[in-house]
Design a protein. Structure first.
Length: 442
């Protein structure tokens, strides 16, 4: 397969390339990048007016497979990733059963190779069953191919056990992807604790729920030498602690999700209880549960700190925390509904609309945080489209303006607070190993 991409504005952080050029890919690799390439190709794409970037890499995705395929499958999750410009995704281990042994790792790997259109890297759990009592078979999963360990969905509250896991991760030279939440402080909270939560009559979650574990995990990283990656940071103090850790030469990186730099807790709106006319059942609603995620949407001050942290390269990565749920699960009260929203198909346009167009990031920084930096943190030879590298590429139109339509998602999940939101910037094509796996309608 020979692919020729013509006239695109190439943005490649690895080489600091920022110019209009053609890209020629053959047998899955980039073989040439220069102006006015003349070559016979099986497929030619005219990318005039578009950015051509290394394929996005999402360090934080919930595929729900095995065990919760009613929410998402490896196939639908990979299709959603391709629609969003992602060529590689890291799957979190909080499935049923939990990915805590080599057999489940191999199940995901084999299924992804069969039905997936993008690269899937399965992350291993830290403890057996994510129960926080006994370490999982980290070494066995590493030999099976996991790129990282994580207890995502919860924190390992036993600091001694967590330290032992970090020591193993340091020995294996793989990162620890940390979900920072002091479960003892959550106390049934469903949204940020502030004046708005009181107005809605909903129990709040304080910033300290996140901040306390961020501080602990940074200290354990410093003690063990483990590479710590802080997932879905949402507070201004998280940004400050990451900045301080960098000054201390601690091996800490951090990510921010689009919903956390786009929305605040004030965006959560009240809805009235209703009747399901088909089933004649009362729907116990109080607020739109598509705005319920963990960590919760925070204050304007927190959002501003996250934007500035990304701008100043304190925060390294933009990830989605893609968390699909069924309509039935979300169609209830804030108290009863599960945390989480989908994000694979909205991350690029939100990043461009909220950060690039607002002057917080350059297009180069966008590519760094959505591709180059994740590749470096995970330790994979991706996020780079210079000659000789794998042809994982996204073509992104920075001029396209449209409204997000959840009914067109490839994901099974429709649980998004962004339905109907007008955005600028659209993924036009996603290329994996030199093959076009997604192409938008003209």
């Amino acid at each position: 397969m020979i692919l020729l991409i013509k006239n695109g504005h190439v943005i490649n952080p690895a080489t600091e390339t920022d110019e209009v050029a053609d890209i020629l890919a053959e047998d899955g690799k980039v073989v040439k990048m220069e102006k006015n390439i003349k070559a016979k190709a099986d497929r030619v794409i005219d990318a005039k007016g578009c950015y051509v970037m290394p394929g996005f890499i999402d360090m934080h995705v919930h595929l729900r497979d095995p065990g919760q395929e009613q929410k998402e499958t490896i196939e639908t999750g990979c299709n959603a990733a391709a629609h969003g410009g992602y060529t590689t995704i890291l799957a979190m281990p909080n499935t049923k059963p939990v990915v805590d042994n080599p057999d489940v790792v191999k199940y995901v790997q084999n299924k992804a190779k069969t039905v997936g259109v993008v690269n899937v890297l399965q992350v291993g759990a830290i403890t057996k069953g994510q129960q926080g009592k006994e370490l999982a078979d980290i070494r066995g999963m590493y030999e099976a191919g996991i790129p990282a360990i994580s207890e995502d969905g919860r924190s390992v509250m036993n600091s001694e056990l967590y330290r032992e896991a970090m020591e193993i991760a340091a020995e294996l030279d793989i990162p620890v992807l940390a979900h920072c939440e002091d479960i003892n402080l959550v106390n049934g909270g469903v949204m940020n604790e502030d004046a708005h939560s009181k107005e809605l009559g909903l129990r709040g979650i304080t910033n300290s729920v996140e901040d306390i574990i961020v501080a602990r995990d940074i200290m354990l990283s410093r003690d063990t030498g483990a590479k710590l990656h802080l997932c879905h940071c949402s507070t201004r103090d998280s940004v400050k602690m990451v900045q301080h850790a960098r000054m201390e030469k601690t091996k800490v990186t951090a990510e921010v999700c689009p919903h956390h730099f786009t929305l605040t807790s004030d965006d959560i709106h009240k809805i009235e209880p209703s009747i399901d006319q088909e089933k004649k059942l009362a729907i116990d609603a109080d607020a739109d549960t598509n705005f319920k995620m963990n960590p919760p949407l925070r204050s304007r001050e927190d959002v501003q700190a996250l934007k500035e942290g990304l701008r100043d390269n304190i925060m390294d990565v933009i990830s989605t925390d893609h968390a699909p749920h069924t309509f039935e699960e979300k169609n209830t009260s804030m108290k009863k509904a599960p945390f989480g929203i989908v994000g694979l198909e909205t991350a690029a346009c939100l990043t461009y609309s909220e950060l690039v167009l607002q002057g917080y990031l350059t297009p180069m920084q966008m590519a760094e945080k959505m591709s180059y930096n994740p590749a470096k943190i995970v330790g994979i030879d991706k996020g780079d489209i210079q000659p000789g590298k794998i042809a994982d590429i996204v073509i992104f139109d920075p001029e396209k303006t449209y409204k997000i339509d959840k009914t067109k998602f490839a994901s099974k999940g429709r649980n998004t607070p962004f339905d109907g939101r007008e955005v600028t910037g659209k993924v036009m094509a996603t290329i994996v190993d030199g093959r076009v796996v997604y192409e938008a309608e003209a």
